[in-house]
Unconditional design. Sequence first.
Length: 508
Amino acid sequence: MAAAAKLMDFDKALELYEPVLGFEVHVELNTNTKMFSDAPNPANELYHAAEPNTLIAPVDLGLPGSLPVVNETAIRSSISLGLALGCSIAESSRFARKNYFYPDLGKNYQISQYDEPIAYEGSVEVELEDGTVVQIPIERAHMEEDAGKLTHMGGSTGRIQGAEYSLVDYNRAGVPLVEIVTKTIFGTEHRAPEVAKAYVATIRDIVRSLGISEARLERGNLRCDANVSLRPRGETKLGTRTETKNVNSMRSVERAVRYEIQRQAQILADGGSITQETRHWHEDTGTTSPGRPKSDADDYRYFPEPDLLPVQPAAELIEELRAALPEQPVARRRRLMAEWGFTDLEFQDVRNGGLLDEVEATIAAGAAPAAARKWWTGEISRLANTQDRDAAGLIAPANVAALQLLIDAGTLTDKLARQVLEGVIAGEGTPQEVVDARGLAVVSDDGALIAAIDEALANQPDVMAKIRDGKVQAAGAVIGAVMKAMKGQADAARVRELVLARASEPEA
């Protein structure tokens, strides 16, 4: 467990110090094979179901005599991402060897890009919740490969400290990555944590719109390292930074930046100094703890990768990819909000749930905007939470639209539709197939309804007299009894019409 640290009040910290930020975001590319080998790189569900050390090739293990070959799709994806970030694309870039020894790095070096990245000098618009737009300067986006994964066994924390031994899984080794590095970010002030969260959300939205990554933080497709330093008000010299590693949700990015500001401010105010180091974020306690001293580039002994030629994309390819770029996230959100007629709060619910694509697809399939939002942010998200699954992967938007169309047609009530939804999610078929198989359609046949009404009136003989005396609300008791008898499948509006029609008839 992370050791407790003294924290300064956030507002007080901002009075004394200016927060300075920087972010390194790693994006896993969804190519079919790895960055430098023909080993498979399957989608999330298949990847996590794979046995350890089965998605590998000799290159990923660093076996003698194996040579890397660059994945062309990964290069195209990297160029598209660079363009979407407003970067220039290098006429020639090359790979380098980043040397360090660690058990999850079979070659004892990582193939990355150092001083010749594929994309450089960009800028991205980040929109905060109140509509404020912040420009985040991008220094570079470069290609590299991921390392393997260590599982530390025998300890109580899951970390290497106290573990009896560690297991190495090379399935992740060689997975294609693009690392996006910002320039130093000034001027965020008290909104620094919010800017951090919004920036990561924007990167996620961009890579998803490009279709180059699933970009799920909880699965590691998108990983953020947040750099934070403080400098006293009135000074120009930058403070010493820390780098909080691999925070796995946007909310946690926000919390980690806030925590580091408060922690560093208290240390500086007490006369201490900040150690330049990586730090680990602890979700359970909302704290960071020391990792390792942060190495500078010289410590990695970078040198050009001798087994790979420079990457020199043709100008025609770059322009082809530029022409295919989707709408920027900020512009798209503003357009959709206006088209759908949502309030700020309604739209924020959709955005916070990461459900923009799903709601848009549901509307395109025929559902009204309000209905699409209601299903995705309501019942579908609730079921996803109970099943510990991602709402976006629970049901196809076309099925949600089909479900709503059955409600609109009077075939289903909202209550029945929730049962149908559960059936569709359980794999029982389309909404119509579930309705047919379970017999869940609303009963609107007058004969069946009149029989149920007669039975309800027989059990409540005083109700009809009340209705005839002008107490129309008494019809609710009959409607409720009919709905109960017909297991919620009666057409309530038609039942009401029939009851009132009966009341208007001359008494026998």
